[in-house]
Design a protein around this ligand. Sequence first.
Ligand SMILES: Cc1cc2nc3c(=O)[nH]c(=O)nc-3n(C[C@H](O)[C@H](O)[C@H](O)COP(=O)(O)O)c2cc1C
Length: 192
Amino acid sequence: MEKELEVLQSIIKRRRSVFPVSFTQEEISVESIETILESANYAPTHKLTQPWRFSVFRKEGKTRLGEELARAYKEHTPAELFLQKKYDSFGLKFQQSSCVIVLKAQLHPALLPEWEEVAALACAVQNMALTAEAMNIGAYWSSPGPVANMPEFLELQDDEKVYGVFYMGYHNAPAAEAKRTPMAQKVKWIEA
Ligand SMILES: Cc1cc2nc3c(=O)[nH]c(=O)nc-3n(C[C@H](O)[C@H](O)[C@H](O)COP(=O)(O)O)c2cc1C
């Protein structure tokens, strides 16, 4: 039991967001992606709605998604705020990643408030991040604005919403300490 706790805490603490610039070109196999997704399915979920929905983009599909994100960025950004560097970065990040997963939630407004579904999705994504870390696969959750402006491309259902993308790749980023202030500053104990 003690060993299990050690392993679990070690993975939790050493997981870092790893960005596409550090990804190598080694491909993540379908089997490995399925292992990571399987962990998502064990997240807690109020009323068992299991709201997490994922679209996995690889190979040519990934390139098309990058192009579409860049297009949506250009279309929905006022000219005075448009940044060519940001526009170009979509294609580059997608090229550097082995796989990009679009993160969606299926909402059930008659059953639950949206925040509970988003919380369940976030738990699922954390399960994915920890599983990826245990497999030496780098990942990070990104919230690019334009992803909300391409429902047709993503074949989004009426009851679904997009909450960002999860970039993944094998990587050569050095291990890094987490930047966190002490937990004691964030907890109140009430015992009487
Ligand atoms: C919901 C969510 C959205 C995020 N969106 C972005 C993003 O758009 N761009 C980015 O650089 N990092 C994003 N991050 C990653 C955070 O920057 C990262 O978790 C934070 O810097 C702490 O670093 P760590 O994950 O290595 O501990 C996001 C994280 C979460 C949970």
